[in-house]
Write a protein that binds this ligand. Structure first.
Ligand code: HEM
Ligand SMILES: N/C(=N/c1cccc(CO[C@@H]2CCNC2)c1)c1cccs1
Length: 362
């Protein structure tokens, strides 16, 4: 991006951001003039903490695929732009984990590391999520999460060795500039996990299913007013279907529906008995029941859809149009029972926002 484009993006962001923060047009104009000067002398500009914080919240509000946007304004923002070594970054990630987990009363949080400067990435986290299970390719198939097989191999090449169970937490892999990445174990006390039980079918317990409490996306970039933050891990809480209808159910993930079905005595030979659908519902009931029993925040897809409807009304009151990616907003279980199914959303891309970026390893 050239300096003119950067100034244009900065101006657009400051005008919207300062208006939302109740600042005067004169204050916005003064800030824009200041940024113009900084871009002319350094080729870039630095956000104030206030701009960084509001920008991260606006980016969540603009995330078209997110059903959880009602709470966009309550995001906790940590400024880690002055962290330059792998150890400093690791400490900040541990602090994020502890704060966000909050003993189960999950707090939506983002930690923002140094932005790209002179086309150079300063900090990069190689994990897709800070907490995720390893996947080991074996002759008889995969042990653990098949979605993690490639990254698990990268971690093993870096010297990490997992225990080989289906639920081994992967290490945090942190890269500074173009140096080789360093890996660090997640302190066991910081990774809250939930054992999965069913309120009516005790046999489900014998499957020894578990999942981690806090989803923390760490591979997307945050773009605010033309400035790119390639390391900005953010977390919310889970919607139950993410775990029960995808991570544990997909055939190319943990593929547990046949085992759940036999646990509850369903005949799995004939499609029209809808055994797969019954197993899916019972697995999702077990996930919601287990998180609640463990005192860990989680939302069911019906409540989440109602909260999204509330978000739509709030945005209309604020004279902002709600953009969305319908195909991602509908939940994977009973989608047509939610109001989202019966609503159309323009999938226009706004900034600030969170975007995919090229993987740091291939
Ligand atoms: C507070 C509770 C939250 C819930 C229940 C929630 C729920 C979800 C769900 C279910 C998805 C779809 C994920 C998938 O299908 O794989 C999603 C996507 C997304 N969410 Fe949220 N979310 C929450 C908070 C947040 C926060 C705090 C942020 C950022 C600050 C965020 C940003 C996003 C983004 C960027 C996506 C799209 C990811 C992609 O394109 O791969 N969400 N959210
Ligand atoms: N509940 C959540 N769910 C997700 C939000 C964003 C992305 C994902 C996982 O996306 C993967 C890539 C495409 N589907 C799986 C899950 C949150 C994670 C971080 C904040 S809220």
């Amino acid at each position: 991006m050239n300096e003119n484009e950067l100034l244009g993006d900065a101006q657009t962001f400051i005008l919207e951001c300062y208006q939302e923060l109740g600042k005067s047009p004169a204050e916005a104009a003064h800030r824009i003039a200041q940024i113009k000067g900084e871009i002319q002398s350094t080729g870039g500009y630095q956000h104030t903490f206030e701009e960084l914080s509001q920008g991260a919240k606006m980016a969540w509000r603009n995330s078209n695929r997110c059903i959880g946007r009602l709470f966009w304004d309550s995001l906790h923002v940590f400024d880690a732009r002055d962290h330059h070594t792998e150890e400093e970054v690791y400490k900040a990630l541990c602090d994020h984990l502890a704060f966000a987990t909050n003993e189960g009363r999950i707090q939506p949080t983002i930690t923002i590391f140094h932005p790209i400067e002179n086309d150079c990435t300063q900090v990069r986290i190689w994990n897709h999520q800070l907490l995720r299970y390893a996947g080991y390719e074996k002759e008889k198939g995969v042990i653990g999460d098949p979605a993690s097989v490639a990254f698990t191999q990268v971690c093993e090449e870096l010297g990490w060795q997992g225990a080989g169970t289906p639920y081994d937490l992967l290490p945090l892999v942190i890269q500074i500039k173009n140096q080789p990445p360093k890996w660090f174990d997640v302190p066991r006390g910081l990774a809250l996990e939930v054992p999965i039980h069913h309120p009516e079918y005790p046999a489900i317990t014998d499957l020894r299913i578990q999942w981690y409490a806090v989803p923390i996306i760490s591979d997307m970039k945050l773009v605010i007013g033309g400035i790119t933050y390639p390391a900005a891990p953010f977390n919310g809480w889970y919607m139950g279907t993410e775990i029960g209808a995808r991570n544990l159910a997909d055939t190319e993930r943990y593929n547990l529906l046949p085992q759940v079905a036999s646990c509850i005595g369903l005949p799995t030979q004939i499609n029209s008995t809808l055994w797969k659908d019954r197993a899916l519902v019972e697995l999702n009931i077990a996930v919601l029941h287990s998180f609640k029993e463990a005192g860990v925040s989680i939302v069911d897809h019906h409540t989440a859809a109602q909260q999204f409807a509330h978000f739509e009304k709030k945005e209309q009151k604020s004279k902002r149009s709600v953009t969305g990616d319908w195909s991602w907003l509908i939940p994977p279980l009973s989608p047509a029972t939610t109001a989202i199914w019966h609503t159309a959303y323009p999938n226009d891309e706004q900034t600030p926002n969170y975007f995919y970026q090229r993987p740091p390893y291939s």
